[in-house]
Design a protein around this ligand. Structure first.
Ligand code: SF4
Length: 172
């Protein structure tokens, strides 16, 4: 019977919309569970927390600290620039790794990862593992060394620079 066709179309459209809304809600729940509940924030949404580690000689205040369902803490850094094609920018990686090191030192439990949030809410994960920990410790060591006067990026200077891995300004 032809009059039933529009209702069929409406029902199909309604079903598709419900599926779409359901998928969107599910994606939000999955994202919230993987990034945790907000514990601290530097912009008034929650009280900020300063992380201080005498052992590392390091102080920092992440934009957010989130608590995962298993109790582990995750630092979040919010950036206004657009996300790179993949991963995070080197300086952002080092910054979030430093927050992970601070959380590990102050909370006693290593975070599984840190998060960088780019323009448009694009979230990128920075793993916290032995490679990342070594990078932070190495950078802290080199930062404590006297500055050797290299200020202007050039392929020749940057090639042998000890800060090269974490420097966005490097040439070549
Ligand atoms: S890598 Fe960065 S810090 Fe090192 S010389 Fe180049 S611009 Fe300067």
């Amino acid at each position: 019977m032809t009059p039933s066709l529009p209702w069929t179309a409406v029902a199909l459209l309604g079903g598709a919309l419900l599926l779409g809304i359901g998928g969107w809600a599910l994606a939000r729940i999955v994202r919230a569970r993987s990034s945790g509940a907000m514990l601290a924030a530097d912009d008034g949404r929650a009280a900020p927390v300063d992380l201080v580690s005498d052992r590392l000689g390091l102080v920092g205040r992440p934009d957010e600290i989130r608590r995962l369902r298993d109790g582990r803490l995750v630092p979040v850094e919010i950036k206004s620039r657009t996300a790179p094609a993949s991963g995070v920018f080197p300086s952002h990686r080092v910054q979030v790794e430093a927050y992970c090191a601070l959380l590990e030192s102050t909370d006693g439990r290593p975070p599984p990862y840190g998060i960088v949030v780019y323009q448009g809410g694009v979230q990128r994960v920075v793993p916290w593992n032995s490679v990342a920990r070594n990078e932070v410790l190495r950078l802290l060591e080199t930062l404590r060394a006297p500055y050797d006067g290299r200020a202007t990026p050039s392929p020749g200077k940057c090639r042998g620079c000890r800060w090269r891995d974490g420097c966005d300004a490097r040439a070549g």
